[in-house]
Design a protein around this ligand. Structure first.
Ligand code: AMP
Ligand code: MN
Ligand code: MN
Ligand code: MN
Length: 286
């Protein structure tokens, strides 16, 4: 496969293995319908869906790269690092991800406690009903419970009122370090990518530090075109990619037909003057 000829790559989405609502097989079918040529399933802190996703991509006649999205704490914020094209059976990567997942259950109980204090009871049990993988209870599952019970009209409202910094259901979590996440991905043969950089509430200095440290530790790409970037933000991060000599990635971050605004395969293509991350991963494409 000639990676340079690929335009419609979608290298970021979630299945029921983390906080998406579709199975890997349903996502593969949807990606194929969206015209995706090269696909990756990037569940949060988990590679348990990778063999299913690769097989489903084969059934659909799509090329595939392994993927995950690792939660990292950097400068007091949660940053997401996508890994692409690694060996999904790598022991150190699997152990690192298992450790990252470990604190989620305790955090979820604390979140439920915070919500109970503002009169929302039973949130832990309620969120659990939406969980496909008990190791991966996330804020998204609490959001679905609060929508189901009519407390909020959609998940965005739940995050705004209950699940972000300073709100009653918000509990900060200590995730992996930036260096750990990049090492796990790189040592397993993959490429580390800064996910949706415009989403972080960093000062310009903190953002510069993130990109600089990311490069120092061996990170090689940044998401330029993603479901959570405006056109202006894509232009900004295309410039940052050039400034830091990073390759560029493209991915919808699709979670659910009911919740996600950007469907698989529908984003604009990467600007032509950037190196696409899949050009670095030609020999890892399945
Ligand atoms: P967690 O890993 O438990 O902290 O949950 C983070 C997840 O919440 C992200 O991966 C998104 O899927 C989801 N999320 C974050 N912010 C929002 C938002 N404003 N609206 C809807 N979903 C969000
Ligand atoms: Mn998510
Ligand atoms: Mn993310
Ligand atoms: Mn994501």
């Amino acid at each position: 496969m000639n990676a340079r000829s690929i335009l419609n790559a979608d290298l970021h989405c979630h299945s029921v293995v983390s906080d998406g609502t579709l199975t890997p097989e349903m996502l593969a079918e949807r990606a194929q319908r969206g015209g995706v040529e090269l696909w990756s399933l990037t569940d949060h802190d988990e590679v348990g869906g990778q063999h299913r996703a690769a097989a489903a991509a084969r059934v659909q006649g799509m090329a595939y790269l392994t993927g995950t999205e690792i939660s990292v704490t950097f400068a007091g914020e949660t940053v997401h690092i996508v890994g692409l094209g690694f060996d999904a059976d790598d022991t150190a990567l699997r152990q690192g991800l298992a450790a990252t997942r470990g604190g989620r259950a305790e955090r979820a109980l604390e979140m439920a406690h915070g919500l109970a204090q503002v009169g929302i009871s039973g949130a832990y049990e309620g969120a659990l009903k939406f969980v496909g993988n008990p190791d991966l209870i996330s804020r998204t599952h609490f959001a679905r419970f609060l929508v189901e019970t009519g407390v909020c009209k959609d998940t965005n409202e739940v995050f705004r009122k209950y699940l972000t910094q300073g709100k009653p259901g918000f509990v900060p979590h200590r995730w992996a370090t930036l260096k750990n996440a990049i090492d796990w991905i790189t040592c397993a043969g993959g490429v580390a990518v800064i996910a949706h950089p415009a989403r972080y509430k960093f000062t310009p200095n903190e953002e510069y530090a993130l990109f600089t440290e990311f490069k120092t530790h061996g990170g090689r790409a940044v998401e330029v075109v993603t479901g959570s970037h405006s056109v202006q933000e894509s232009i900004k991060y295309a410039e940052m990619a050039k400034e830091f000599s990073l390759a560029a990635s493209r991915g919808s971050d699709f979670h659910s037909p009911d919740e996600s605004h950007t469907d698989l395969g529908t984003l604009p293509y990467l600007p032509g003057d950037l190196t696409a991350v899949w050009e670095l991963l030609e020999d890892r494409i399945q």
